[in-house]
Design a protein around this ligand. Sequence first.
Ligand code: SAH
Length: 338
Amino acid sequence: MNIYGLTKENLENYFLSKGEKKYKATQVFEWLYAKRVKDFNLMTNLKKDLIWHLKQNFVIEQLEILEVEKGDLVRKYLFKLFDNELIEAVLMEHDYGLSLCISSEVGCNMGCRFCESGRRKKVRNLTAAEMVLQILMVEEDIQTRISSVVIMGIGEPLDNYDNVMDFIRIINDPKGIAIGARHITLSTCGLIPKIEQLAKENIQINLAISLHAPNDEIRNKIMPVNKVYNIGSLMECLKQYIAKTNRRITIEYVMLEYINDSVECAKELVQLLKGMNVYVNLIPYNETENIEFRKSSKKRIDKFFDTLKQGNINVTVRKEFGRNIDAACGQLRSKRGG
Ligand code: SAH
C-alpha cells in the first residue's frame, strides 16, 4: 500500500502492532510531509530493522504529471494514476493565497446534465493516497505551499466517503500537510445520509452544496440525484447540519441561461433559504463543447444577484478562472479521449 494513504492514527496502530512506540508515526509523517523525503532509507532517525519492516508493508509512490496547462492565475494539472487512469487538479491564485481543486473519483455516477465529468461513469474511487499526492505533486511543481483545498474536481466526494475522510485527516494533521480544516471545502450534490454522517465527524471543514435550482421541477431536469434526495429533504438535512455543527454552508448555484437564471428562480431561492445560515455562490457556467447548456449573460447574473441581495441572502459571484484553458472540470481529461 502507498504510505501517503495512511492517517497518523493508522500509522500509530501499525507501529504499536510491531511493538514499537507510537511517536514513530509522527517521525514518519515529518519525513513525508515536512521534509518531503521519498525514500525510506533517508529516514535516518528510524532503526534499520524498522525501515526494513516499512519497506515490506508500504511503498512511497508518486503520480505522473502528464500535462500542465497554464493560464492567468490558474494552472491545470493532468495526472496519470498507477492504472493509467487520468484525473485533474486545478490550481488557482487568489488574493488570499493558492487554492487547489482536487478530484475524488475516476469518473462520476451523479450524471449532472451540464457537467463534463459526469459524461463518464465512475470507474473507481480514488485512494486517499491519490488525493494526497495531487497536493504533494503540485506543491513540488510550484515549490510553494497551497493554502486551501477544495474537493470540487472530478467525482462526488461523499460517494467515496471513507477515503475522502482519511484524505482530509492526513492533510489536516499538524504533522501532515497541515492545512487547517477551515481551509478545506467539500462540495457535494447532496447525498443526504452522507451529509448526516459528516455532521457527526466533529471536523470544522466547509461544506458546499451544489443546489443549482430552487425547485424540484428544474433540479430533476439537470441533476438526477434530486429524484433520490429532493430539495425539501435536502433543506431539512442542511438545517440539521447547521444546527449540529454551527457552521455556515455554501450554496453553489451554476448559472445556466434560461434554465435556472430567471428573477422568478431567484425569488424562489430567497424563500427556500430564508433564515438559514448559508451564503450563495453564483457560478458562471463554464461552457464545454460536448454539452448544449449556455452560460447566463452578465445582465441576467446581475439581476439574479440583486434579487438575492434584496431578499437579504448573502451572495457572491464566483470569479472565473481558466476559461482560456478548458478548466471546466473534466475537460482536460476528456480531450484525451474520454
Ligand atoms: N460532485 C461534487 C463535486 C464536484 S463538481 C458536487 O456536485 O458538488 C464541483 C462543482 O462544479 C459543482 O457545483 C458542479 O455542479 C459544478 N460544475 C460542473 N460542471 C461545471 C461547469 N461546466 N461550469 C461550472 N460549474 C460546473
